[in-house]
Design a protein around this ligand. Sequence first.
Ligand code: HEC
Length: 145
Amino acid sequence: MTRSASILAIALVFALAGCSGGDTPVEHSASDRDAGHTSSSAGLPNGHIDAGEKLAHTKGKATGQSCVDCHGEEGNAPIDASYPKLGGQYYDYIAHSLQQYRDGNRTHALMSQQAKDLTDQQIADLAAYFGSRPTHLRDLHGVNN
Ligand code: HEC
């Protein structure tokens, strides 16, 4: 390779690297970035079970309800059969669900209200707490409807 051809090749590598968008994943909307929100559980800070437990029992300002008011103690005793159990659910599943509700990608009249003001740290803490509880999750094998 001639000297000028190598310089061109190096310049091309830098140009391509520049197009990959740095450390902000492309799926982040401008409003997510402004709010300091991540949209993937992979980008969350470490969750703390103790902080998550406290928050799960704290009534939210907007609704006057806490997580356990609806999902029950340890997320395992929902007040309505149609409300999901959370105890022992995968950390990533809980965290990502909360991110999706918060960011409006998953919507539900009750849950969207619960999630809209959560910070990344709070989501990580709640996921760590509920994920650490005993699981009562089951598949629908043998259920007749
Ligand atoms: C007013 C009742 C209510 C409160 C309070 C509530 N939830 Fe929920 N939650 C629901 C309902 C109903 C659903 C199912 C919504 C749907 O179908 O998308 C749900 C769904 C979820 C899911 C998705 C579970 C799945 O299996 O997909 C997570 C995670 C969750 N809630 C966590 C929380 C956390 C954490 C809090 C407290 C910050 C909370 N919820 C407070 C009623 C509530």
